[in-house]
Design a protein around this ligand. Structure first.
Ligand SMILES: Cc1ncc(COP(=O)(O)O)c(C=O)c1O
Length: 371
């Protein structure tokens, strides 16, 4: 589908919904006409399909990606006095989840070359209070999990991976989502698998953690009016589950379309002086974002805007410089890798509905840019 706007959209959600309109309409009507709007058959259907898609024992649908991380940490009994190793360069929700359970995030800086954390730096961040390693498959690029899993095993730690941007990504020949103790997902509308509102899930192959998560998302209750712990109200509702089932059936195809866009960028932008995204050997990314780097980021962004090309910055302010942490020791950290990334990263238009003609406009505008 081609867009009729004169702007090249950063992500064309309208085109996605237009493509799926009939099925989304039917899904909505089905819920409207059913008796159940929460914890019903649509949720069960989606949870079992999602668990199967990612090779996990089960999936527990929750209210958002942030909730998925919070409930996963609670299910691991992480709390005050505990430390969780997180990347310095991530969306702030990764850090917020740790703070919401009363634990301390211990950020590992990003390597200025690769933009990711390296395992030696993670190992150096582990101390006597560390309970969990929390890698993030940022931009849809899978983190190399095996070295982390070995490290975690040596130190008796859990691995909770944040896969909010990595639906369908693969590590070796296995999908992300069934490889660690727990995996947290977001179904925020702009994600590769997005609802039409907020939503999230946790996948695991540990039946005890699955039971705990189901209780935690439902007021700490497995049986009506019996509350065995202090839980939350965070449930993926029937309407969102029904929409997600429609979109899940297209996830592989849409990810393949994203990969095609990424391949064209890689071929056309080589030699333009931009640092293009790198993929770890043996991993299959899902191109949630196509992020290039340049010290002239702000000028390039302005130039592209003047040519009608929308771009994004993920993320313009590193977590530790957020005002929310100004009064905390986190706000006084020096994390030069993350700081440099926040100045240099630029996300180009990306998505299954980016037309060749629109992508040509992006590429041509970049080639014209003189810093
Ligand atoms: C890496 C990462 N973690 C966590 C989240 C939080 O997800 P949500 O927006 O569904 O709360 C997001 C998305 O927004 C994300 O990109």
């Amino acid at each position: 589908m081609t867009t009729t706007s004169t702007t090249v959209p950063f992500l064309d959600l309208r085109a996605l919904h237009a493509e799926l309109q009939d099925e989304l309409d039917a899904a909505a009507l089905g819920v409207l006409r059913s008796e159940r709007v929460l914890l019903g058959p649509e949720l069960e259907r989606f949870e079992s399909a999602w668990a199967q898609a990612v090779g996990a024992g089960s999936a527990v649908g929750v209210g958002s990606g942030l909730d998925a991380l919070v409930l996963a940490l609670r299910a691991l009994d992480v709390g005050p006095g505990d430390e969780v190793v997180v990347p310095a360069h991530t969306f702030v929700a990764t850090w917020l989840a740790v703070l919401h359970v009363g634990a301390t995030p211990v950020p590992v800086d990003a390597s200025p070359e690769t933009g990711t954390w390296d395992v030696d730096a993670v190992a150096a961040a582990i101390g006597p209070r560390t309970r969990v390693l929390l890698p993030v498959h940022l931009y849809g690029q899978p983190v190399e999990l095996d070295p982390l899993l070995r490290l975690a095993e040596r130190h008796g730690l859990a691995v909770l991976d944040d896969a909010a941007q990595a639906h369908g990504a693969r590590y070796g020949d296995r999908p992300v989502g069934g490889l660690t103790t727990l995996t947290a997902w977001s179904f925020y509308p702009g994600k590769n698998l997005g609802a039409l509102g907020d939503g999230g899930a946790v996948t695991t192959s540990d039946p005890a953690l699955d039971r705990r998560l189901r209780s935690l998302r439902n007021y700490g209750s497995a049986e009506k009016y019996v509350h065995t712990e202090v839980g939350w109200n965070s449930r993926l509702d029937e309407l969102q589950a029904a929409f997600l089932s429609v979109k899940l059936a297209r996830l592989d195809e849409h990810n393949a379309r994203r990969a095609r866009v990424a391949d064209r960028y890689a071929a056309e932008l080589a030699g333009t002086g931009l640092l293009l995204p790198a993929t770890a050997a043996g991993t299959t990314p899902v191109w949630h974002l196509y992020v290039v780097r340049t010290p002239a980021r702000d000028a390039l962004r302005e130039h592209l805007a003047a040519h009608g090309v929308e771009t994004g910055i993920h993320y313009p302010v590193p977590c530790h410089h957020q005002a929310a942490f100004a009064d905390s020791p986190l706000g006084r950290l020096a994390l030069p890798g993350a700081e440099q990334l926040s100045r240099e990263v630029l996300s180009l238009p990306m998505g299954p509905h980016l037309s060749d003609a629109d992508q040509d406009r992006v590429i041509a505008a970049i080639k014209e840019f003189r810093p």
